[in-house]
Design a protein around this ligand. Structure first.
Ligand code: 6GU
Length: 202
């Protein structure tokens, strides 16, 4: 799977995919994540990508032109199965949505910032709007990181048996049981006897 991310803050997305399972998924060639700084499509030499909103009101809005140029440039490289805008007023991310998206080949994620992006981009390019919960973040980057992690770990071959997604708490809508590791007693706190019984089924 190939995921492109357009952002005004590529630095914010350097670390989330550089460790653990996301790192391994990329090393195995199962996942490619590329961030693209929106500023390379700025409208002037000052690197401008945002402007005041019509009608007044506080906060800047990401402009049409840099976003259109970014989307068009990246769309020449590959055909996207979805152009997703991360926004707090989008559809709330759920496991079923992650499952569905993990079956796509190419995704383009757009991170909003400040007051968001010009509505015309949403009207003409965005195929899906996703939120990661009912609270407001400063930008879509952290939400994009959450989405990519949720999708990436589902790609066939990314997880091994031990970490299989099929036993995840939310995969079957059941809560996972509590887990313990050695020692069997710590500070007088004992693990449940049944775990020491040697009976795997129980
Ligand atoms: Cl996708 N973006 C922002 N800015 N805030 C959020 C969010 C997204 N999801 C929950 N809060």
């Amino acid at each position: 799977m190939h995921i492109d991310i357009i952002t005004v803050l590529p630095e914010l997305l350097e670390s989330p995919f550089g460790h653990s399972i996301m790192k391994r998924a990329q090393e195995k060639g199962l996942l490619v994540v590329k961030t693209h700084a929106l500023r390379q499509w700025a409208v002037n030499e000052y690197g401008q990508v945002d402007d005041y909103q019509y009608g007044g009101g506080a906060g800047m809005v990401l402009m049409c032109e840099p976003l259109v140029n970014a989307i068009e440039a990246l769309s020449k490289e590959r055909k996207y199965d979805g152009i997703i805008y991360l926004t707090p007023d989008g559809q709330t991310l759920q496991q079923s949505m992650a499952n569905q998206l993990s079956m796509k080949e190419n995704l383009l994620l757009i991170c909003g910032h400040y007051k968001g992006i010009d509505q015309r981009i949403r009207d003409h390019y965005i195929t899906r709007e996703i939120s990661i919960g009912d609270y407001v973040l400063s930008g879509g980057e952290l939400a994009a990181a959450v989405l990519v992690d949720a999708i990436g770990r589902l790609l066939p071959g990314v997880l091994n048996n031990e970490t299989s997604a099929l036993t995840d708490s939310f995969q079957d809508n059941l809560l996972a049981p509590p887990v313990y590791t050695r020692p069997a007693e710590f500070k007088g706190w004992k693990i449940p006897d049944i775990l020491l019984s040697g009976d795997l089924k129980k």
